[in-house]
Design a protein around this ligand. Structure first.
Ligand SMILES: *[C@@H]1O[C@H](CO)[C@@H](O)[C@H](O)[C@H]1NC(C)=O
Ligand SMILES: *[C@@H]1O[C@H](CO)[C@@H](O)[C@H](O)[C@H]1NC(C)=O
Length: 490
């Protein structure tokens, strides 16, 4: 999910497509516990990087938005993610904004050169949630916020999009005494509860590509089938540098035609997945439209289509430069393009850490569908990959069964907003129906939205589609009601 490190693959595409977040100087929390479950968590600490803004803060008695970091380094050039939070909602409610970088990404490294055993203990969503609780409670103390039920209480609303949307939801689920409400955009809750059929994700990617430009899905399917046929007649080395503009220095683990097909197929599939996430507002200026336009050109053969896609991935290279498959690899020993996350695992150190997370507790069942050349995801495949790479076996149901989010109504969760863009592949695995008005488990769906378009990296405004504009109004109103309610609670 940022092509070249330090950002994860989809994340960079999203930034490129929709503009900029708010560059900010980082802050550092030096007292963060390495292991929140040790008998004395304060005994071993690390320094966590975070971003904050007091620009609109009206003092104790006002809220704090806790924006969760996710599967990527957050550089100062990115800073605070979402202007809708740190400008619009913060100014409306006089709020403080704080945004921790997730542990083991960027500069927030609990253990340098962590072993597999270290990761098993320390690289879990639960440790990351505890980091965020510790950070926001320390901020409350610093700001002089008082206890719940007093006029100078500072309500905390967690916020996140994508995996951080899941984290935001989990903050409210696990720590209702610290987190007063949650806003979870495009949160893949059902993926992590193993409640999504393998075909659903790429089926929606294909449907959205088709909605963007009629004929696009078919052009993808025929290009992949022609690509496969070419490999029945020639060696992968011949196809790579004869028909395709792939650099001859192919990663050494790719040593036969089938592996070559699978890895290039994976690049194509996750590139379309990345274009899907960024396809907002959906019009004829998005990158998805541009690629679909080229792929549906009847004068273009399958190799020209693939080469066009490689060029879009080669943005930093000179024109005509060959496409280096090494550029798609996550860091670390035995890194492979097909990894834990079949929507794209990302590259560099971030990709390695996301590979680890999707190999352990965040298992995503995602098949490559017929449109993208048909390759079935299996738990056996994932198990082999994760054993090779990290000597671990995935635990697909452990989080859901421990935390209970495979049946949200059976938990004590309340006051949580789920938002979804219906053009977004991830919407097949998020909460798209209001589960309870009484408990305020509210879903809002945006027909024109892509991946957390309501939490986009550019300023909300007239360029937003009508459904997102209305959504922003409704979200602001809902949070306003919640804040009144929270301040009245004992
Ligand atoms: C981590 O590993 C790198 C590369 O092997 C090495 O240069 C570095 O000294 C190690 N750092 C620590 C703190 O062990
Ligand atoms: C809206 O989009 C146009 C065209 O892409 C751009 O020039 C303009 O700056 C955008 N306006 C805002 C407020 O973002």
């Amino acid at each position: 999910m940022s092509p070249l490190s330090p950002l994860s693959f989809f994340f960079l595409i999203v930034l490129l497509a929709v503009g900029q977040s708010t560059p900010t100087d980082p802050s550092y929390y030096e007292a963060q516990a390495v292991n929140h479950f040790s008998s004395d968590p304060s005994s071993t600490t690390y320094t966590q990087r975070f971003y904050e803004s007091s620009k609109y803060f009206s003092g104790p008695g006002h809220p704090i938005f806790l924006v969760m970091g996710g599967e990527g380094a957050i550089e100062p050039s990115t800073g605070l993610f979402y202007p809708f939070i740190n400008e619009v909602l913060a100014s409306k409610f006089g709020a403080y904004v704080i945004q921790p970088e997730h542990r083991f990404y960027g500069e927030s490294i609990p253990v340098v050169n962590a072993t597999n055993d270290d990761l098993q203990l320390l690289m879990t969503p639960e440790q990351a949630l505890h980091d965020a609780v510790a950070l926001v409670n320390s901020l409350r103390d610093t700001l002089g916020c008082t206890a719940k039920g007093t006029p100078t209480y500072c309500p905390v609303i967690s916020v996140g999009g994508s995996y951080p949307g899941f984290l935001s939801f989990s903050m409210r689920l696990l720590f209702p005494q610290h987190i007063d409400a949650s806003y979870a955009a495009s949160a893949p809750v059902k993926f992590y509860a193993q409640q999504v059929d393998g075909q659903e994700y790429y089926d929606l990617i294909a449907k959205s590509a088709e909605r963007s430009l009629s004929g696009c899905a078919k052009s993808i399917q025929s290009a992949l089938s022609d690509f496969k046929a070419s490999l029945a007649e020639q060696t992968y080395q011949e196809v790579a540098s004869g028909l395709l503009n792939i650099c001859p220095s192919i990663p050494s683990y790719i040593d036969d035609n089938e592996k070559f097909y699978h890895e290039v197929q994976m690049v194509i599939a996750y590139t379309f997945a990345g274009l899907n996430m960024a396809n907002y507002p959906p019009n004829d200026e998005t990158e998805l439209y541009e690629v679909c336009e080229s792929w549906t050109d009847p004068d273009s053969d399958w190799a020209a289509k693939l080469n066009f896609l490689f060029e879009t991935l080669n943005e930093d290279e000179d024109e005509g430069a060959c496409f280096d498959l090494h550029s798609q690899l996550p860091a670390g020993d035995k890194g492979t393009i097909s990894s834990g996350d079949w929507s794209g695992v990302g590259t560099g150190p971030d990709g390695k850490m996301w590979d680890y997370q999707t190999c352990s507790l965040l298992v995503e069942r995602i098949d490559i569908t017929e449109t993208f050349g048909d390759r079935k995801w299996t738990l056996d495949w994932l198990n082999n990959h994760c054993q090779e790479r990290f000597e671990i076996s995935p635990s697909p149901s452990l989080l859901a069964s421990t935390w209970g989010f495979d049946d949200i109504l059976s938990t004590t969760l309340s006051r949580t907003l789920f938002t979804n863009g219906l053009n977004d592949g991830w919407s097949v695995g998020s909460i798209t129906e209001t589960l309870s008005e009484e408990r305020q488990l509210i879903a809002m769906n945006f027909p024109n939205g892509a991946h957390h378009s309501d939490l986009s990296h550019s300023d909300p405004g007239p360029n937003d589609t009508e459904d997102i504009q209305e959504g922003h109004e409704k979200i602001a109103a809902l949070i306003g009601e919640w804040l009144i309610e929270i301040m009245e609670e004992e």
